[in-house]
Design a protein. Structure first.
Length: 209
């Protein structure tokens, strides 16, 4: 039976299953061991952090989030709404990401979105609530489900680091397209989020990060 959330135990279980099934992932485990769980606290602040990670490096996003947190003291819907789009831009957020964060805060403040309920909804229903919010595309929602809700069978669509890692371990001539990534990921169900963690671990190691 598929596990509902990623824990240290289920992560190791998933890695072992994938390593038996895929020789290239077996090599990743043999070389690097087990990846971190990379679990985040569910809630507004984590979702804002993921928005900041859109199309930038993890390090750059972390720096921006720290700056935002320092400015607001706490990253909450109320503090973001008080700052407004102009206040977020003054901290260094782009106009677009400022709008996304404020709109997310407004949806939560109005009661239109209850992030605490997502864990009780089936994935399709919960994802539809998030995808309805401007700026929360499939990649952002997938990362939230993987990292904050710990879902084991989610694949972050269009992730460039994963595309590069797949190219590396599968010895492809070019980075796989989004559809090609999804085809590879289908082979790794119901542990696609575990496979993603193994591939991120390879990507970071291969680039000395």
């Amino acid at each position: 039976m598929q596990q509902k959330t990623i824990t240290d135990e289920t992560l190791r279980m998933g890695v072992d299953v994938l390593s038996e099934r895929d020789p290239d992932l077996y090599e990743v485990r043999a070389r690097l061991g087990y990846p971190p769980t990379w679990i985040r606290e569910p809630g507004f602040a984590s979702l804002v952090h993921i928005i900041l990670e859109q199309q930038v490096s993890i390090k750059a996003a972390a720096t921006m989030f720290q700056r935002l947190e320092s400015h607001l003291e706490m990253v909450t819907p109320d503090s973001v709404r008080r700052a407004g789009e102009s206040g977020l831009r003054n901290v260094g957020l782009t106009r677009q990401k400022s709008r996304y964060c404020v709109e997310l805060a407004n949806r939560i403040a109005s009661g239109e979105l209850d992030l605490s309920r997502l864990a009780t909804l089936d994935d399709a229903e919960g994802r539809s609530h998030l995808l309805d919010i401007p700026g929360l595309g499939p990649w952002t929602v997938d990362i939230y489900y993987m990292m904050a809700l710990g879902r084991p069978d989610v694949w972050p669509q269009g992730d460039l680091a994963l595309a590069s890692a797949i190219q590396d371990i599968k010895k492809l001539d070019a980075r796989p397209t989004r559809n090609e990534q999804l085809a590879f990921a289908e082979q790794w169900g119901p542990w696609r989020a575990v496979a993603a963690r193994m591939l991120w671990m390879h990507y970071l190691d291969a680039r000395g990060q």
